[in-house]
Write a protein that binds this ligand. Structure first.
Ligand code: MEV
Length: 389
């Protein structure tokens, strides 16, 4: 795609937008079919128990994104007015600084095994560490595809929780690279396989064997560097808007009441892409909020500062996402969303999602420090009420 700019897209009818998108993103008529709602009741029956139907939400596109030099349309599934327009606007502003730059760690998931009634915890820790190669080898037969692709178990780490309401316990973390899978099933199977071995070594009792949603070994980050001039509004010069964004972010770094709202805005972007691409958004939310509180106080996930006439934005967080398995297998609209993003692997998808979160936060803060959020929001809200009447 030459450019992700789509001037006037919002003025077209839905059919015209679909046609334009089909041409620009080289979509087939079958691809477009996915925009009719995605799954059938029969699919729903495969996905969950007691299905009685399906539930649809708007699927929209935010144009204007440049991420690591790649022009992209951002697929968004969301019911809240303003989010799509705000994100498109923020992506346009970010273009003035070349768009977003992103990165990520290896896709390493953490599984936890809880060990109780361990008679000699310190000796048990030493034994687990000494037997690490043998323990990891017990997992050799699991997940051949992940291994073939260069992933698999990496490490075991042991932590002592001395003081819990149920007394002391040992917690073993299994670190595993799950490649393009979100990896919940893979890591859960591995923790269940290891638990009896750990019981034998520690003479303790294994209780929980489950992934941690604080997947802080699997993080993605995005940054942008915007010339302050690109932030100006009819009422305010760009420097003042940039300074306002810095001050608003400082508020959310210092105050959990503001941080919750601030991060909710970040998740307006991340969740919308997560839904569009068929991700477990509860896992993403849980990980993001736990990460935001990692220093003992819940804080803003983002950092904004002003340097040399530029506004610098940064967002880093855990993002456990997959591009194989799960809903990506069943949901035609999720497959379409991934196609619109040029079929990224899991790391690239996480990076794109963080850029969407940073863009959404930029849009919210820019509105809040200038005209306030209600003007744009209420205009769209009224449109919705008119449609209902
Ligand atoms: C509304 O959905 C999100 C905002 O409240 C985020 C924010 O306050 O930063 C506008």
């Amino acid at each position: 795609m030459k450019s992700s700019r789509l001037p006037g897209f919002y003025k077209l009818s839905i059919e015209e937008r679909q046609q334009m998108l089909a041409e620009l993103a080289e979509l087939s008529p079958e691809d477009l079919q996915a925009l009719a709602g995605g799954i059938t009741a029969a699919d729903a029956d495969v996905l969950v128990e007691n299905a009685v139907g399906i539930y649809a939400l708007p699927f929209a596109i935010a144009p204007n994104f440049i991420i690591d030099g790649e022009e992209l349309f951002m697929p968004l599934v969301i019911e809240e007015p303003s989010v799509v327009a705000a994100m498109a606007h923020a992506a346009k502003i970010a273009r003035a600084g070349g768009g977003f730059t992103t990165g990520s760690t290896r896709p390493v998931m953490i599984g936890q095994i809880q060990l109780l009634d361990v008679p000699y915890p310190d000796a048990a820790i030493v034994r687990i560490q000494a037997l690490k190669p043998e323990l990891l080898a017990k997992l050799d037969h699991l997940h051949p595809t992940i291994r073939k692709l260069g992933g698999g178990p990496l490490d075991l780490q042991v932590r002592k929780l001395e003081d819990t309401p149920a007394g002391p316990m040992l917690i073993v973390h299994l670190l595993m690279d799950t490649r393009d899978a979100m990896g919940a099933n893979a890591i859960n199977t591995a923790t269940e396989t290891l638990a009896p071995e750990l019981e034998a070594i520690t003479e303790g009792r294994a209780l929980l064997r489950i992934l941690s949603n604080l997947s802080d070994e699997r993080r993605a980050w995005a940054s942008c560097r915007i010339p302050v001039g690109a932030l100006e509004t009819p009422e305010l010069p760009g420097e003042e808007v940039a300074q306002g964004i810095f001050e608003a972010n400082a508020f959310a770094l210092a105050d959990p009441y503001r941080a919750a709202t601030h991060n909710k805005g970040v998740f307006n972007g991340i969740d919308a892409v997560a839904l569009a691409t068929g991700q477990d958004w509860r896992a993403i939310e849980a990980g993001g909020h736990a990460w935001a509180a990692r220093e003992g106080q819940y804080r803003a996930l983002t950092d904004w500062r002003v340097e040399n006439n530029h506004l610098l934005g940064y967002l880093e967080m855990p993002l456990a996402v997959g591009t194989v398995g799960g809903l990506t297998k069943y949901h035609p609209a999720a497959r379409l969303a991934l196609k619109l993003l040029n079929n990224p692997d899991a790391r690239r998808l996480a990076q794109i999602m963080v850029a969407a979160g940073l863009a959404q936060n930029l849009a919210a803060l820019r509105a809040l420090v200038t005209e306030g959020i209600q003007r744009g929001h209420m205009a769209l809200h009224e449109r919705r009420l008119k449609i209902k009447d």
